[in-house]
Design a protein around this ligand. Sequence first.
Ligand SMILES: Cc1cc2nc3c(=O)[nH]c(=O)nc-3n(C[C@H](O)[C@H](O)[C@H](O)COP(=O)(O)OP(=O)(O)OC[C@H]3O[C@@H](n4cnc5c(N)ncnc54)[C@H](O)[C@@H]3O)c2cc1C
Length: 403
Amino acid sequence: MAEPHASTDLVIVGGGPVGAALALALADGARAITVIEAQARPPVGDTRATALSESSVRLLDALGVWPELAGDAVAIHTVEVSQQGHYGRTRMRAQDQGVRALGQVVAYDALARGLAEHARGAPGVEWLAPATVAGIDQDADGVSLAIDGPDGHNERRARLAVAADGTRSPLRERLGTGVREYDYGQTALLLPLETGGDPHTGYERFTSEGPMALLPAGGGRRTLIWTLPPDQAEAMAALTLERIAGRIAARLGRSFGPIVPHGPPVAWPLRRVEAERGHDGRVALLGNAARTLHPVGAQGFNLALRDVCGLAAVLGHARDPGDAETLTAWSCARQADRWRTRLFTDVLARGFVRGGQGLGAVRAGALLGLDSCSIARDGLAAQTMGLLGGLPRVGNWHLERRP
Ligand SMILES: Cc1cc2nc3c(=O)[nH]c(=O)nc-3n(C[C@H](O)[C@H](O)[C@H](O)COP(=O)(O)OP(=O)(O)OC[C@H]3O[C@@H](n4cnc5c(N)ncnc54)[C@H](O)[C@@H]3O)c2cc1C
């Protein structure tokens, strides 16, 4: 059993993919890191597919996790954006960007499990699970946490704590940090299915009801994420799989061939939740606890991983990892990427939802314009790959472009 008030360098609350990635990025054997995770084991059965940007793949490679994920990952060579019922489409291709792939798709389960398993075994990492925070107290020199853990009640004192405990972040609530919420008035329907189309192309299609993303999942399978008004999502989820397939086929067009769902569909209500501050005293907020984005642009985890690496880079030279100077330096360094990524996601989520014929024509014009302007397309590709503005550096990792 741990000593009462045991001292550690860093406490991470939440051992999901983001908390585990931070533990792994900082584990050098010299630092003592405690991870407090509510679940005994990473959950199984989450049907989400996660599109990893090229930058995330490089970062996961540097963390040593990518080799295990690579075997089942599907490379995205092309992203095609189109609109139902209108001319105009644009394609971003890996070869035009001088990379082998724009990104890779992995199962969310495999990603969460791979990161947690690596972090649990990393030098200097103490993984307490199932465990939750029962109390937190901060003063000028550090933060003390009361923990209900596997061995009963524990305490830890550290210079820095990180809240990586998800969208509803119990630690953020305990601190009283406010959030700004925006209800998109949309629900994402997730459905694994089989269909035609190029096996290494990710499709983004704007339909009359809302945007549809089709991610390749290997072996002719794909994951569909269809953003719909909540009442339509509910009505759709109540249909038979055959009728759902018919609706999807009508939106995608004939070139995809038959749609074979491997259902049932899973519904995710969509809200953007953003903490009013990126850090509160000696507690930094990360991942979904800091900002939960709409999934349409596949940016949430990718952005969080760049935040993880940015934090690890700042902590590399910090005299005091939890002081205001260190955490402000991190927030400032990450500000532009966060702002750009949120804007990109919101334009996709709000600007391309529904609308009449007039708006459809404007969107068609925008897609045609994008397709004929390589500078704009390259900018969009760089944002999709997570490479706009460069990658945060972590220690001596070399993350230059791979051929
Ligand atoms: C439908 C959908 C599709 C998506 N697709 C993509 C995509 O393609 N690409 C992409 O980049 N992103 C995508 N995202 C976003 C991505 O899933 C999130 O960014 C990511 O899961 C955030 O991870 P996290 O570790 O911050 O939070 P979570 O995954 O929520 O993990 C939080 C962890 O904290 C733990 N916890 C909770 N409460 C406590 C507590 N009291 N004490 C201790 N631990 C606690 C939980 O058990 C969990 O392990 C998608 C999201 C959705 C909803």
